[in-house]
Design a protein around this ligand. Structure first.
Ligand code: FE2
Length: 300
């Protein structure tokens, strides 16, 4: 049964296709913010906060206190608004404990400063699989659902689950599994864990990339996903999914903001340390992902 005083407010960012949420116990006046987005314009390096400010204004209007800022994973398509939200509304910034593996990976890709430790300490809290926590009187359970990345979490509250980048709407399918540390078979198993929940369970997506013939949407039930998800409807085997996912991922370009996003998001949404001119720089490692020949010579 849905909790009588539970409210879920979605915020859709059409630029990145991301859905952020405010989850509240309205009686208690306590809330969590899930996957807040900052607005980064890569052509000019301009970083602004309108998307997160909408959430801040909404929470302030309701008069709620923010207890948690929950990340489902280190996003590769947008810079996290977690620190901006925390600065204005408070709350603990939390992510899954396996973020340490993601930090370890990207620390070397970006040659982070020595003082950056891949121990998750940049976050206020790291969730283990099955850990329970509260937003007001609502009890949530953190579920480790890796595959898209090694550290993906879903957050369940009663019959509602924030699924992060596992499932998309049934007509869009599933998240890609080809980022560093991603794995299609692991993603399949995580999705099966979600689809084993009761049929009426409402799944809240982290993204929507709607086809031209429909408006953005972000809620579907387990039953709708089981019967209609184009990638993982009932009857699709793990082997068939892995083959489909791997073939499809091979055709996808890197997301525009993956390099700016990841180097900020594994720092819990903090920017890299400022340089000695006082300015902060986002790094672009040259050819960290080049496969095979093609690098120019004589430039070092
Ligand atoms: Fe993602």
């Amino acid at each position: 049964m849905p909790h009588a005083s539970m409210h879920i407010e979605p915020f859709f960012d059409p630029v990145t296709g991301t859905v952020s949420y405010v989850l509240a116990d309205t009686d208690a006046g306590q809330a969590a913010v899930i996957d807040p987005v900052l607005d980064f314009e890569p052509k000019s390096g301009t970083l602004t906060s309108a998307s997160s400010d909408r959430i801040i204004e909404y929470v302030r209007r309701q008069g709620w206190q923010v207890q948690w800022i929950l990340e489902t994973h280190a996003h590769a398509d947008h810079l996290s608004g977690a620190q901006h939200i925390r600065h204005h509304l408070g709350g603990k910034v939390a992510i899954g404990a396996h973020i340490r593996a993601v930090q370890q990976l990207f620390r070397s890709v970006f040659h982070f400063e020595r003082s950056f430790l891949p121990d998750g300490s940049q976050f206020d809290h790291l969730f283990e699989d099955g850990e329970t926590f509260h937003v007001g009187g609502l009890e949530l359970t953190a579920l480790h659902v890796p595959g898209h990345t090694p550290a993906d979490m879903a957050y369940r509250v009663g019959d509602d689950v924030f699924v992060g980048d596992t499932l998309f709407m049934p007509d869009v399918g599933t998240a890609r599994a080809d980022f560093p540390g991603g794995d299609a078979a692991t993603l399949y198993r995580s999705i099966q864990r979600l689809l084993a929940l009761p049929a009426h369970t409402r799944l809240h997506m982290c993204h929507d990339y709607p086809p031209e013939n429909r408006a953005p949407a972000w809620v579907s039930t387990v039953a709708e996903q089981r019967s209609g998800n184009i990638h993982v409807h009932e009857g699709v085997t793990e082997a068939a999914f892995v083959q489909m996912r791997t073939a499809r991922d091979a055709t996808l370009a890197m997301p525009t903001l993956i390099l700016p996003s990841v180097q900020v998001n594994v720092r819990a949404g903090k920017l890299p340390p400022a340089q000695d001119d006082g300015r902060t720089y986002i790094q672009l490692p040259i050819n960290a992902f080049l496969k095979g020949a093609g690098a120019p010579q004589g430039m070092a």
